[in-house]
Design a binder for this molecule. Structure first.
Ligand code: FAD
Length: 463
């Protein structure tokens, strides 16, 4: 048998790569990992973590306003963007250290370098200008924002990466996109006091989520003061002499703003990685094609996470990493399970969702029941805030299985995690009905909706 420098070499130190490296090293294998930017990857450095911190920051003005109804007088608040950026940086640096140390403590070797394939068993560590060999290679290089290079003036725009570290908070921003990243940033900037416009080419924001939630979130965001323009696209971005930007829209309107942000999807990081040299096949959008076990077209090369363009979420990348370790190093072939993935949109109000939307369920099942409650959450009673909460369950009439659970409102993301367990376990509506409510909570609606709001048979709503 050939002898290699390592049992496993991982390219990419993000959510998936670090987990795979750390766990494999913990098994006593010889493991190395290379990261070209910062350990922790997208999630820790410029994704989930800083995003959630900025969501918290942007919620304070509403908390201050809501406090009055509870008897508090809050003096006029002031916000300092640079303090937020600096404090965020401190936290992500702490996490970055933990990610790298975790691999090293488990016995792995962590390189700060770009790494590329030379052939199926050889990796070039660019910062050291040398090659190493490995029995197994895992590619976990993630993705990056789509630059939308066809848009005239795209070079004036920022992407989610830059949005976290702007030298100053813009007075006005226009964001293009209707996915969760665009929607979350629109809420963040608006909450921080920025005049915010969201421009989306589709009929309604947040494609693939339940339509009820999409519409209600859209309405609520507009009531808060975010301008949302659907069925519009940017045709050009011009820089004005005063340094501000003019965003030209397909409908003829020109919006002037300090920043224009593009959140138009992400593309897999597969260029110049030496994949062709090693014989690794790519798919239509440049993603690495893998089989059900995350193995590429080359037997000893594997790929997980966003670079494979399956479900682009951190817990999914981590799950794929754990399955990879089981398959490649524990002699226990395990396929990642991409079904019934709970997820949240940290919009304001938040979305928490798991399973099928009403439209998906009615196209797959002949007869479904929809349980739906719209109400004012208790915390908004004394505050006087008009915002409503939506809770919705989709049930297969024949089997009583809960097919989908959808929430719009405070803490919806937290609820989605627990609902994820119920749906994954295949619980029925009767199980929900037999569960005692926790009172007074908003979540108790999930177990107290006894009669269907309506039924959808063969695609038609009948009550
Ligand atoms: C703004 C934003 C918000 C998000 N919010 C959420 C959220 O709330 N919840 C959620 O679940 N997911 C969220 N995501 C998605 C999540 O961040 C990704 O799904 C996750 O990070 C994917 O992990 P990964 O390991 O596949 O790749 P990544 O975390 O992207 O890691 C890949 C790493 O590989 C490195 N790399 C690339 N090429 C090379 C090379 N040749 N050599 C060495 N290193 C290389 C990169 O620098 C990067 O650090 C968000 C993403 C964004 C952009």
């Amino acid at each position: 048998m050939a002898s290699y420098d390592y049992d496993l070499f991982v390219i990419g130190g993000g959510s998936g790569g670090v987990r795979a490296a750390r766990v494999t090293a913990g098994l006593g294998k010889r493991v190395a990992i290379a990261e070209e930017f910062r350990y922790g990857g997208t999630c820790v450095i410029r994704g989930c973590v800083p995003k959630k911190l900025y969501v918290y920051a942007s919620q304070f003005p509403e908390h201050f306003a809501d406090a009055a109804g509870y008897g508090w007088s809050v003096p006029k608040a002031k916000f300092d963007w640079r303090t937020l950026v600096a404090n965020k940086e401190r936290e992500i640096s702490r996490l970055e250290g933990l990610y790298q140390n975790g691999v090293e403590k488990a016995g792995g070797e962590a390189f700060h370098s770009r790494a590329v394939l030379v052939d199926a068993h050889t990796v070039r560590i660019e910062s050291e200008d040398r090659t190493v060999t490995a029995d197994q290679i895992l590619i976990a290089t993630g993705g990056r924002p789509n630059p939308h290079a066809a848009l005239p003036g795209h070079e004036h725009c920022i992407f989610s990466n830059e949005a976290f570290d702007l030298p100053e908070l813009p007075k006005a921003i226009v964001i293009a996109g209707g996915g969760y990243i665009a929607v979350e940033f629109a809420n963040i900037f608006h909450g921080l006091g920025v005049e915010t416009t969201l421009v989306y080419r589709g009929m309604e924001i947040l494609q693939r989520f339940d339509m009820d939630l999409r519409r209600m979130l859209h309405e609520t965001m507009e009531k808060k003061g975010i301008r949302i323009l659907c069925q519009e696209i940017f045709t050009a971005i011009d820089k004005r002499p005063d340094g501000r930007l003019d965003a030209h829209l397909s409908g003829g309107e020109v919006i002037t703003a300090d920043q224009v942000m593009l959140a138009l999807g992400r593309i897999p990081n597969t260029e110049n990685l030496g994949l062709e040299a090693a014989g690794v096949e790519l798919g239509k959008v440049g993603e690495i094609n893998v089989d059900k076990f995350s193995r590429t077209s080359v037997k000893n090369i594997w790929a997980i996470g966003d670079v494979t363009n399956r479900v682009q979420l951190t817990p999914v990348a981590i799950h794929e990493a754990m399955c990879f370790v089981d398959t490649a190093f524990r002699d226990n072939p395990t396929k990642p399970d991409h079904k019934t993935v709970p997820t949240a949109v940290f919009s304001q109000p938040e979305i928490g969702t798991v399973g099928l939307s009403e439209d998906e369920a009615s196209s797959r099942f002949d007869d479904i029941e929809v349980y739906r409650a719209v109400f004012r959450p208790m915390r908004h009673t004394l505050s006087g805030r008009e915002e409503k909460m939506l809770v919705k369950l989709i049930v297969d009439t024949d089997t009583r299985l809960v097919l989908g659970a959808h929430i719009l409102g405070p803490d919806a993301g937290e609820m989605a995690q627990l609902l994820g367990i119920s749906l994954k376990a295949g619980l029925t509506k009767d199980d929900f009905d037999h569960t005692m409510a926790v009172h007074p909570t908003a979540a108790e609606e999930l177990v107290t909706m006894y009669t269907p709001s309506y039924r959808v048979r063969n695609g038609a709503r009948d009550i």
